[in-house]
Design a protein around this ligand. Structure first.
Ligand SMILES: [Zn+2]
Length: 280
């Protein structure tokens, strides 16, 4: 079974505000990659057996995902899709939203992004969310990596901070998205260090040298059992991400550099966050 732990269900016409558009342009990212239909989303995740899906809320950087719409999509598409809600502590009623999304929309976890939300991951506003999620057994996926969105300190994306959160909330399961790039080594050290800390490999394969090095580091630290497979749709599709993972050694084919083992590739490709994070 293949589980895609990281996909975005967003509507281009309604869910984005400035500076999102100028950031896309500045970083040379094509608008059409974020302008997709529900049919595109279904096709883009077709290769996965189960899919975790969320919007993304981050007022400071122009992300205004709609949690009710994501929940509605999941309800219309049966068991394959799993709803995570995205909570932005900039919104005054964010704890009430979390309570509603858990009790009424039945979210199975929470998606955060300090680098989109402009709040330090150790801020007391986030601590209220961590506390709530620990109490109700809701896992967190948090974007711990750089991004094209501007205006927020890059520092807020450092995996080191979630290492501290994992200490303070030992029963809270935390997934750091995108292996903490460009701090992959820090991310790998942290997931090996804390039993309740994990990472996902979404949106990495298309930087092949960086991806190869990340996978080799994972191999050397023996921390592959803490890493989940994901695509970050619409950044990439599930199918392309599988291909990218299987092809990780392509870049060193003509060299004597050490290969990423097939064992590690299979371990991540068939990782099961639903079981490991006790989602069901
Ligand atoms: Zn993402």
């Amino acid at each position: 079974m293949i589980v895609d732990i990281h996909t975005h269900y967003l509507q281009y016409a309604t869910d984005f505000k400035e500076p999102f558009f100028s950031d896309l342009k500045r970083c040379g990212i094509l608008q059409q990659s974020w302008d997709y239909t529900e049919r595109d989303y279904l096709l883009g995740t077709a290769e996965a057996d189960r899919v975790i899906v969320f919007g993304l809320k981050g007022k400071k950087t122009g992300w205004e995902g709609n949690n009710s719409r994501v929940a509605d999509f999941v309800n219309r598409h049966g068991k394959k899709y799993i709803f995570f809600t995205s909570i932005d502590p900039n919104e005054e009623d964010y704890m009430a939203q979390l309570e509603r999304d858990y009790k009424e929309l039945h979210c199975k976890g929470v998606k955060l992004g300090p680098i989109y939300q402009g709040i330090h991951p150790l801020d007391k506003k986030y601590y209220r969310i961590y506390e709530y999620c620990q109490q109700y057994g809701l896992p967190i996926i948090t974007h711990m990596a750089t991004t094209f969105s501007s205006g927020v300190p890059l520092e807020y994306a450092r995996p080191l901070y979630m290492d501290k959160v994992a200490c303070d909330f030992p029963k809270l399961k935390i997934v750091m998205a995108h292996m903490g790039h460009p701090w992959e080594a820090e991310c790998i050290a942290a997931i090996r260090h804390q039993p309740n800390l994990y990472a996902d490999i979404s949106a990495l394969y298309y930087r092949p040298w960086q991806f190869y090095n990340t996978m080799r580091l994972l191999e050397e630290y023996g921390a592959g059992n803490k890493v989940f497979f994901g695509s970050d749709f619409p950044a990439t599709t599930t199918a392309d991400s599988i291909k990218g993972l299987l092809g990780v050694n392509k870049i060193i084919e003509e060299s004597n550099l050490p290969k990423v083992s097939d064992k590690l590739i299979q371990l991540i490709l068939y990782s099961n966050p639903i079981k490991e994070l006790e989602i069901e």
